[in-house]
Design a protein around this ligand. Structure first.
Ligand SMILES: [Zn+2]
Length: 416
């Protein structure tokens, strides 16, 4: 390559880098808010985006997607635009039958999902890095790369073999929740079907062993999707503080996926943290018109699971979904509804016990808060309420890193 060409390329790279550091403030937030937001280390504790990684189409994390077109909410360009530094990238598996065959199938899918997260990072080594301990968050953040912790949502895939939790730990998992929709071999769910008559009154005997093993490994326990009784038992049994990684508060909208005040206070008293979910129906009742419900049912019947559609058919599906949304708009909660939940919860338990886990790519997203580019609005709203940059640093990442450090320290103290 000629020197002049090299120089041109170097200049182009420099221009690109400086463009990256001067990303415009999004969503009309002030320059001052944007500067503070960018100084903070921001972690979301529940990024469901990896569910797209091993679909037939795959998902290019480096491409900027449009939430209004495909509903996706997280990719690298939007992490830059919204000032999101990373988070816990989820290995999610839907609940299936509690049978040897069911366990075997889901185990393999979950292991492959973990591999898919590693492959995403390996393909983009200048943009992302796997984080394995509490100190990694600040270290990776200082390099400008995005932070990738791994977490498990629904430990159904462990089957009846707890040693698989060790395997997932070795694959990088540092946060894990026992259950999703459907009570399973480990715990009761907030949404007990489809596996009746499982009813443990909280954690199963294996679920209690799971808590102990997670502690021994230095994994943060996540109570989101577990029943209130199971959450309370996790708080009582766990040697280190637990998290509710994407959760709400009952006070403003009683809902199974929200926790009552007494439970949140107990969580906080034991050092735990609730990360606030932005899934509309947890925030307020959102009745939809019959026309919309019927049209959505027809669309789903026609296309099946969109994750199984090849690209051309997927685009056709998106065309039809877009037309449907235009004809029968969705009744959505608003960003301000979300902030009322957030502000209530901060007042209840304090800034040391609240964070953000908006359920991006897992059902989260509101009017005025459709994807991660809107995250600086949280910073702006909390500054307006009088919270300081130090308060925000705790809620945006400091609290969950503290939990990870506690989990690590407990493990180290065991000398195992
Ligand atoms: Zn969830």
């Amino acid at each position: 390559m000629a020197l002049s060409n090299r120089l041109t390329l170097t200049l182009a790279t420099a221009a690109l880098l400086s463009a990256c550091t001067t990303v415009a403030a999004p969503h009309g937030v002030s320059a001052e808010t944007w500067a503070i937001h960018q100084r903070l280390m921001t972690l979301d504790t529940h990024l469901d985006t990896p569910a797209f990684f091993d679909t037939v189409r795959g998902y290019d994390i480096m491409e900027r997607h449009d939430v209004e077109r495909d509903g996706s909410q997280v990719d690298y360009p939007r992490m830059v635009e919204g000032g999101l530094d990373g988070g816990f990238w989820v290995i999610y598996m839907g609940q299936g039958p509690l049978t040897p065959e069911g366990y075997r199938n889901v185990r393999d899918a979950a292991l492959l999902r973990a591999v898919a997260i590693h492959k995403m990072v390996a393909a983009n080594p200048d943009e992302f890095e796997i984080a394995l301990n509490a100190a990694d968050a600040a270290r990776i953040n200082a390099t400008g790369k995005k932070i990738v912790y791994l977490s498990i949502e629904n430990s159904y895939e462990l089957g009846e073999d707890l040693s698989l939790l060790d395997t997932f730990y070795k694959l990088g998992v540092r946060m894990a929740g026992p259950v999703h929709n459907g009570s399973n071999q480990l715990a009761d769910s907030t949404n007990p079907g489809p596996n009746p008559p499982v009813n443990w009154g909280g954690l199963s005997p294996m679920g209690k062993d799971y808590v102990r093993r997670a502690n021994e490994l230095g994994i943060i326990l996540d109570g989101s999707h577990a029943s209130d009784a199971a959450i309370e038992q996790m708080i009582d049994l766990s040697a280190t503080p637990i998290i509710l990684s994407h959760h709400g508060a009952d006070h403003l909208n009683e809902h199974p996926r929200n926790a009552p005040d007494a439970l949140l206070k107990k969580l906080a008293m034991r050092g735990g943290v609730i990360h606030m979910n932005a899934l509309g129906s947890f925030i307020k009742p959102l009745p939809q018109t019959k026309e919309r419900t019927d049209a959505m049912t027809a669309l789903r019947t026609k296309w099946g699971n969109p994750n199984t559609l090849e690209s051309a058919r997927y685009e056709q599906y998106l065309d039809e979904l877009g037309a449907l949304n235009k004809q029968f708009p969705e009744n959505r909660a608003t960003f301000e509804d979300y902030m009322q939940q957030v502000l209530y919860t901060i007042k209840l338990v304090g800034v040391d016990h609240v964070g953000f886990g908006a359920d991006w790519d897992g059902g989260g997203g509101l009017d005025g808060f459709r994807d991660i580019t809107a995250l600086p609005k949280i910073t702006e709203r909390l500054l307006k309420e009088g919270y300081t940059e130090a308060d925000l640093a705790k809620m945006w990442g400091g609290n969950v890193v503290r939990l990870l450090k506690a989990a690590e320290d407990y493990k180290a103290g065991l000398g195992k």
